[in-house]
Design a protein around this ligand. Structure first.
Ligand code: GDP
Ligand code: MG
Length: 184
């Protein structure tokens, strides 16, 4: 690590990550849990921030993730290209209790690949794993699909915090690794 670098305060990392997936799968709550440790059981589909910036430490470096939320655009199948522009990571979210949201993942992946280059770090997220009693998609099914598509996979609960931090951090670390490989 060069002296000069230290004087300048080290490199700056800021990565754009997008949340995609059907309406009501829990995207906004995953973000609020990750960025503010908050959960909102009444959350309104159309209300939400455009993005939140959250810093994590990787290999002793501060890495900032700018995480974008659709704020309800997806209800009208009208996620704009501006939403995807410059994204280097994506969490594709479905609800483990709702089959239609899992079936939609293919379409979301297609849309993502139309807007972003193939190097984007992608994670399939099966949210609401606290609702085990009404589960409709098995862990195996989610995992197998992710493997076929070459995605990271994790089940989460924005309600009880299960794996939320980990899911975002895996994506951020992967992006960081991709960038470091290019620089070196
Ligand atoms: P979005 O439309 O994908 O942004 O979904 P929201 O974050 O607005 O969540 C939709 C609904 O699902 C809300 O009523 C949330 O309270 C609920 N929800 C979100 N995440 C979870 C979760 O992990 N577990 C449970 N049980 N409910 C959740
Ligand atoms: Mg939302």
């Amino acid at each position: 690590m060069g002296h000069q670098e230290e004087e300048e305060g080290g490199e700056e990392y800021l990565f754009k990550i997008v949340l995609i997936g059907d309406s009501a799968v829990g995207k906004s709550n995953l973000l609020s849990r990750f960025a503010r440790n908050e959960f909102d059981s009444q959350s309104k589909a159309t209300i939400g921030v455009e993005f939140q910036t959250q810093a994590v430490e990787i290999d002793g470096k501060e890495v900032k993730a700018q995480i974008w939320d659709t704020a309800g655009q997806e209800r009208f199948r009208a996620v704009t290209s501006a939403y995807y522009r410059g994204a280097v990571g994506a969490l594709i979210v479905y609800d483990i209790t709702r089959r239609t949201s899992f079936d939609s993942v293919k379409r979301w992946l297609e849309e993502l690949s139309m807007h972003c280059d193939t190097a984007v770090a992608r994670m399939l997220v099966g949210n609401k794993c606290d609702l085990e009693n009404i589960r409709d998609i098995s862990v195996e099914e989610g995992k197998n699909f992710a493997e076929e598509e070459g995605l990271f996979f994790m089940e989460t609960s924005a309600l009880d915090s299960t794996n939320v931090q980990t899911a975002f951090e895996i994506v951020i670390r992967e992006i960081y690794n991709n960038v470091s490989r290019k620089v070196l």
